[in-house]
Design a protein around this ligand. Structure first.
Ligand code: GDP
Length: 432
């Protein structure tokens, strides 16, 4: 979703205008220099379009002097947003600080909109003409306090903001798509047969013309599921080494076609490289993940302890995966698959509101700032959740964040917001 940064000196009414745009009171914090806000970014919605609104007042740039500090904000705003809204006080006119900021913003390749605030009275409109001198085009008179013309201002903002990229299909009614994958002989066809209960299963000939049915439609736990690409599972699969390549190609196809993937593992055997490769494939493809440990009927206490150690070692990269211990043979815990799938999909579809996200993030980076690199302390300015399926965060920073710190952020993010069963992507956008 596109980002609009709001810039301006203290006391021009930035926060009031931000609240006006957000249509609620939550952002109101006094515009006191030196006071850190706990939130800097918010979700805004106007005319059916969503964008992220960033209040640069919360950034506290460490430049000395107000003029430098506001100009530094403008500089950061330019490099992290798709458009900048500069707010000036129409009752005061353009100050030296406003001019310094305007000078920075005129270099911007991004659109800049000039809002002349505190035009509480029609008679003041004429006076806003003097603000043309800032060289940022037409001043838009507005009264954040009374709401006058803020709708027009928002229309202007939407004109210059890029359209949000289309999100992958929103949750739809109807069956959710599941892939069941795992190495040969792990028990895929046994499990599928158990789940579908043979005759109760509805076989859906998706291709329509081919002989092999491709998907299986199954009702589990009061919900329809489409198990994708199950044709090969219903027959005994050839496992001669020559088939390996085709098997893995098939796995990739099934994963890509699915929203959530059950990786079936043989609990009676050590976790194999092949198992780990498939798990990595799922998380890299950005699909929700359920790990089902099959043949649990063969697991005794010794094996269970051993397996726990293997899991600790082998599955460090996916501690968030949902886990179920099943037996396709006895039917043990097969009922637990559907709730696990549902949990994973809920996480996959989940969105954290920008305000909450930034409130959490500012505490986190204040307590544990990113490590210094090349003598410089990278600053994390704000974050948005840019997408779902899988949930994807974008952190806007002033410098490169090491992989270790990104993992730390993900771990803390999950401690706070959960997301069980779904990968979470964390992208970093460093200001140019
Ligand atoms: P696929 O190649 O993954 O489809 O595996 P199959 O479903 O053909 O199963 C391979 C073998 O494992 C068969 O002999 C099954 O009877 C056996 N099997 C499958 N699930 C279980 C289970 O939960 N427990 C036990 N003990 N054996 C199982």
């Amino acid at each position: 979703q596109p980002v609009l940064a709001v810039v301006g000196r203290p006391n021009v009414g930035k926060s009031t205008l931000v609240n006006r745009i957000l249509g609620r009171r939550e952002a109101v914090v006094q515009d006191v220099p030196g006071v850190t806000r706990d939130r800097v970014a918010y979700d805004a919605l106007w005319g059916g379009r969503r964008f992220t609104l960033v209040d640069t007042g919360g950034w506290e740039p460490d430049a000395d002097g107000l003029q430098g500090s506001v100009a530094a904000q403008a500089d950061l705003a330019m490099s992290t947003s798709d458009a900048v809204l500069l707010v000036v006080d129409a009752t005061v006119g353009a100050t030296a600080t406003d001019e310094a900021v305007a000078k920075v913003l005129r270099r911007s390749k991004r659109p800049v909109i000039l809002a002349a605030n505190k035009v509480d009275d029609q008679r003041l409109i004429a006076e806003t003409a003097s603000l043309w001198s800032l060289g940022l085009g037409e001043p838009h008179p507005v009264s954040a306090l009374h709401g006058r013309s803020s709708g027009d201002l928002l229309d202007t903002i939407l004109e210059v903001l890029p359209e949000a990229p289309r999100e992958r299909r929103a949750p739809v009614a109807g069956p959710r798509r599941v892939a069941l994958v795992g190495k040969p002989n792990v028990g895929k066809s046994s499990l599928l047969n158990k789940i579908t209960g043979e005759e109760r299963s509805v076989v859906d000939d998706v291709a329509g013309t081919t002989v092999d049915p491709v998907d299986s439609l199954v009702e589990l736990d009061g919900q329809d599921w489409r198990f994708v690409d199950t044709a090969g599972l219903r027959k005994r699969v050839q496992t001669a080494s020559g088939m390996e390549y085709y098997a893995s190609l098939r796995t990739k196809t099934a994963i890509d076609a699915a929203e959530v993937v059950i990786v079936l593992l043989d609990a009676s055997e050590p976790l194999s490289e092949q198992d780990l490769r498939v798990i990595t494939m799922v998380s890299e493809a950005g699909r929700a993940l359920v790990l089902a440990f099959n043949k649990w009927d063969l697991v005794d206490d010794d094996r269970r302890h051993q397996l726990e150690r293997e899991i600790d070692r082998g599955l460090v990269r996916v501690p968030w995966a949902e886990r179920v211990n099943v037996s396709a043979l006895t039917g043990r815990a097969v009922r637990k698959l559907a709730p696990a799938l549902r949990t994973a999909l809920e996480s996959w579809d989940q969105r954290v509101p920008t305000g909450q996200l930034n409130s959490w993030l500012s505490d986190l980076v204040a307590a544990t700032p990113p490590p210094v690199r090349g003598g410089k302390q990278p600053k994390v300015l704000f974050a948005t959740q840019a997408g779902i399926r899988p949930p994807t965060l974008v952190l806007f920073t002033t410098g490169f964040l090491e992989a270790g710190y990104r993992r730390f952020v993900e771990r803390k993010f999950r401690e706070r917001f959960g997301f069980p069963g779904s990968p979470v992507r964390i992208n970093v956008r460093v200001r140019e």
